[in-house]
Design a binder for this molecule. Structure first.
Ligand SMILES: Nc1ncnc2c1ncn2[C@@H]1O[C@H](COP(=O)(O)OP(=O)(O)OP(=O)(O)O)[C@@H](O)[C@H]1O
Ligand SMILES: [Mg+2]
Length: 212
């Protein structure tokens, strides 16, 4: 069973957007997927409620209430949506549940500074130090040809962990969420640029490099 957690102590960087799209990605490929929402804000749970009955199933878990107790035993992928402001003991607890950590970062000075602190804490955790968890950085809500994107790009390249993908800012993410879908489930003529951008991310997740 693969466990992938999407986390960053910074709020609003795209954790729930990436978690729901990742759950949809694996479900569409025929895998048994659970989406565990550790945030009482319930963004992933709300998404799963919006999901049409005729789409490949994603089992949503109210993990902020009872952890992974109701996780189906035959799940192949567990995608975990972490709450903002996770640190200290809570961070250690969440990290215990995954081998792969995706850290979304938005092109903003506030977000990069907050992420620097978060990464320092993540890298000093026992699990990461023992190489039992792999971290990947994802630039999110990117607008190319902006100065702040260049700054984010440089910032992400300089970190001690791999910079695996950049996802553009697109209405497709907002449209897909409101329909309980991922961008992979939108028509190709609308979503092909997003499919292309997810390629390096899913390649990394499907490679040994993202696993201990
Ligand atoms: N690539 C994107 N393009 C356009 N909008 C996006 C993108 N990623 C996220 N958003 C929007 O940005 C907002 C914050 O995203 P999201 O809720 O996924 O972040 P979060 O990190 O889960 O936030 P929180 O810390 O509150 O849990 C949402 O309105 C979402 O629709
Ligand atoms: Mg969220």
């Amino acid at each position: 069973m693969r466990h992938i957690i999407v986390m960053n102590a910074k709020g609003g960087c795209g954790k729930s957007t990436i978690a729901t799209n990742l759950a949809s990605y694996y479900a569409v490929r025929g895998h048994k997927v659970a989406l565990a929402d550790f945030d009482p804000q319930r963004s992933s749970l709300d998404w799963a409620e919006l999901r049409p009955g005729n789409r490949p199933e994603v089992t949503a878990l109210a993990a902020f209430e009872d952890g992974l107790r109701h996780l189906p035993r035959d799940s192949e992928y567990v995608v975990i949506d972490a709450p903002a402001r996770s640190h200290g003991k809570e961070l250690t607890e969440l990290l215990r549940r995954a081998e792969t950590v995706l850290v979304p970062v938005m092109p903003s000075d506030i977000d990069m500074r907050a992420t620097r602190h978060f990464l320092a804490e993540l890298l000093s955790s026992g699990k990461v130090e023992r190489k039992q968890a792999k971290i990947g950085l994802v630039g999110n809500r990117i607008r190319e040809n902006t100065v702040i994107f260049d700054e984010l790009d440089l910032f992400l390249r300089k970190q001690a962990v791999p910079y695996v993908a950049t996802l553009r800012e697109a209405q497709n993410y907002i449209r897909a969420y409101s329909r309980g879908l991922g961008v992979f489930e939108l028509p190709e003529y609308l979503a092909w640029p997003d499919w292309e951008q997810w390629g390096p991310l899913t390649d990394w997740l499907n490679s040994r490099a993202s696993q201990p």
